[in-house]
Design a protein around this ligand. Structure first.
Ligand SMILES: NC(=O)c1ccc[n+]([C@@H]2O[C@H](COP(=O)([O-])OP(=O)(O)OC[C@H]3O[C@@H](n4cnc5c(N)ncnc54)[C@H](O)[C@@H]3O)[C@@H](O)[C@H]2O)c1
Length: 314
């Protein structure tokens, strides 16, 4: 699932540390030329066990990062497919990792919590009764991975990511996608219509913090890990607060609110803040971006991208 919002940037960061040829990116989609030319790319369908096994064996793979998934909002609209990709796909990956002694990373999410979870903050260990197929499949992933770790010693590692905000890659149909779109709208039309209420607070993170957390966690010695699934946090904001911060740079930004029932209901059941004290204590997690740094970086990156593409900048 390497061609989504998160995979390409992670591969780039890993290649800087481990060498271009040592990181293989894969997906079922055709990669754009710039990604194809960046380093090795192969076709890999998470539902095709034999193909996955061949790739692992032929390339002597040692670590596997499992990103393919249908995200929260898309998953609710495609239940059967979400169940297949998110659960059957995960089982393939777990079997493959066990069979080949791979270190396995599977991301989880704020969506792994539900209305009965403590929401402010949500700790690592608490009640998890999500009400989306996405959340249910992620809790299943956390539990299966931890079970196989305890029973067979699988080196399973899982981080619960907040909503990830990125300038260069598009979000894949989650509930926090507005936090990317608002920057594009601010620099193009100057108007953003938000599908969440203005006061909906959710945990968020800059993409480079997300990649760095993933790599640092993967590199951490097993002896430092008291858990196999950790929350990681950086900031929490509402649409109104991010809009206010953007207005410090672009005072003309106008935001209207037209809550979408499905996504608002999902957001209302998620944590408003993450407690990531275990990640900070065990393997030294520390975010670099707060809200003001995130806004400054997003506006600069998107402005540059629009200018390079010859598009007008508001
Ligand atoms: N982006 C976020 O804000 C966020 C937050 C929390 C957790 N996560 C998790 O991080 C992971 C990556 O997220 P993302 O935002 O990059 O997702 P995305 O939706 O942008 O990308 C998912 C990728 O999976 C690929 N895929 C779909 N079916 C596949 C199959 N059968 N075999 C192989 N690949 C397949 C798609 O082509 C796509 O490129 C996901 O597991 C997601 O749950 C993301």
């Amino acid at each position: 699932g390497g061609l989504g919002q998160l995979g390409v940037g992670l591969a780039e960061m890993l290649r800087k540390q481990y060498g271009k040829e040592n990181i293989i990116l894969s997906d079922i989609r055709r990669p754009p030329a710039e990604v194809y030319n960046m380093g090795p790319f192969v076709y890999a369908d998470v539902l095709d066990y034999k193909n996955l096994r061949e790739l692992v064996v032929n390339n002597r793979i040692t670590w596997l990062v499992h990103y393919s998934a249908l995200l929260s909002a898309i998953g609710e609209a495609n239940l059967a497919l979400a169940r297949t990709i998110n659960i059957t796909g995960l089982h393939n990956v777990l079997d493959l990792a066990l069979e080949n002694c791979l270190r396995l990373f599977v991301p989880s999410t704020i969506g792994a919590f539900g209305p009965s979870s403590p929401r402010d903050p949500a700790p690592d260990l608490c009640i998890q009764r999500p009400r989306t197929i996405y959340g249910v499949s992620k809790v299943h992933a956390e539990l299966m991975g931890e079970y196989l770790h305890h029973k067979y010693g699988l080196d399973f590692r899982c981080l619960r990511y907040p909503g990830v905000v990125s300038a260069h890659t598009k979000p894949g149909g989650g509930t926090t996608d507005y936090a990317v779109q608002i920057f594009h709208d601010a620099l193009s039309t100057g108007h953003h219509e938000c599908y969440l209420r203005s006061n909906t607070r959710l945990p968020m993170m800059h993409i480079s913090d997300c990649h760095r957390a993933t790599i640092e966690f993967m590199q951490a010695p097993e002896s430092q890990l008291s858990l196999r699934t950790y929350n990681i946090a950086a900031m929490s904001f509402t649409p109104e607060e991010v809009a206010e911060e953007i207005r410090k740079h672009l005072p003309h930004l106008r935001v209207t609110y037209n809550p979408d029932t499905i996504r608002q209901t999902i957001a209302d059941s998620w944590p408003v803040r993450f407690d990531d004290s275990n990640a900070r204590q065990d393997w030294g997690w520390k975010p670099a971006y707060g809200l003001s740094e995130l806004v400054t970086d997003m506006l600069a990156s998107i402005r540059e991208k629009r200018t390079n593409a010859g598009l007008p900048v508001s």
